[in-house]
Design a protein around this ligand. Structure first.
Ligand code: SF4
Ligand code: SF4
Length: 154
């Protein structure tokens, strides 16, 4: 987890650093090259280096103040940049953007038995379950996700 946080922090800082350089130099023509300069060789964080670069490209756009795009939109990173290179730019909603194709859609509302389960005899986790979703199997509790209503009692 700590490594993952460090990785995302590093990428975020690199993106802001590159955007600051572009603004300082006043030359946005090399913007398309930044994902290739930042990410070389093998993929480190995702299944493909191409996906990693596409996500960084969207991060660059967001850092500049441009809207996030979907994976279906074929356009250079710099599309619409003339609207962003202005002296004053006021906040435009949404404040928080999600890069859809960067999201792994991890389940956020499911309950799982951890490695700490000892399959205790009292088995209170199963006793409190209103849906009879917990069974002991191979010495540990297992939750039937089809039955579980995510009440959190266990
Ligand atoms: S998860 Fe259930 S069976 Fe496992 S130790 Fe906790 S209460 Fe006991
Ligand atoms: S979250 Fe609720 S329904 Fe799901 S296994 Fe635990 S007690 Fe049962």
């Amino acid at each position: 987890m700590i490594e993952s946080y460090s990785s995302i922090l590093k990428i975020r800082r690199n993106v802001f650093e590159e955007v600051a350089k572009l603004a300082y130099e006043g030359d946005y023509s090399r913007i398309e090259e930044i994902p290739y300069e930042m990410l070389k060789g093998q993929a480190k964080y995702r299944e493909s280096i191409f996906l990693e670069r596409a996500i960084v490209a969207e991060r660059i756009r967001l850092a500049i103040g441009l809207p996030v795009r979907s994976a279906d939109e074929h356009a250079p990173i710099s599309k619409g940049i003339e609207d962003a290179i202005i002296t004053k730019r006021f906040y435009e909603p949404p404040l928080v953007n999600v890069i859809d194709f960067a999201c792994n859609a991890c389940p956020t509302d499911s309950y799982h038995v951890t490695d700490a389960c000892e399959g205790c005899l009292a088995n209170p986790c199963a006793n409190v379950c209103p849906k009879d979703a917990i069974r002991i199997s191979n010495g540990i509790s297992k939750i039937n996700q089809e039955l579980c209503i995510k009440c959190g009692r266990c």
